[in-house]
Write a protein that binds this ligand. Sequence first.
Ligand code: URA
Length: 193
Amino acid sequence: MDFFKDTTDDTWEKLRADCRHCMDCELGKTRHSLVFGVGCESADVMFIGEGPGEQEDLQGEPFVGPAGKLLDTMLELIDLDRSKVYIANIVKCRPPRNRDPLPDEQAACMPWLTRQIDLVDPKILVFLGRIAAMAFIKPDFRITREHGQWFDVGGRRAMAIYHPSALLRDPGKRPETFVDLKTLQREIKNLYD
Ligand code: URA
């Protein structure tokens, strides 16, 4: 898939305007808000989750519900916060009952996200969970085996970690995620050395 095509004329204003009233898939019909993304628009690190949940749909911002609170704690552990990174999702509208976004919904939304990635131009991409990793790293990505490993995605360093919702459901996965976050922290430090 051509994720990183030439979009040198693109701007945040243009992208926001193009995306604002999107009805390119069925999720547009049931959303309360289109959850665009949040954070530093020139961040070195960009986090990509799966799709808005109930709170995100109501508030119009990614990761503001229970999983978001845990993501904030995870960021704090490695001296990051929302103002230093950019956070977006594979789909910008809430899938009903928080089901996984369907392949055609992901495909319809992907051009918005790839434009965001091009505009942020991060050095490091961090995928939160299996769905985002499968969309960008490889379709058969196995989060249990391959979390915390580095991959190349369009010339950027890329890693997947467990989704915060998975860590809420299964706190036993948290120690592994702590190791992954420390790996990420070292890579970020290397950017400035
Ligand atoms: N889960 C996600 O994947 N994204 C959000 O924004 C919230 C919960």
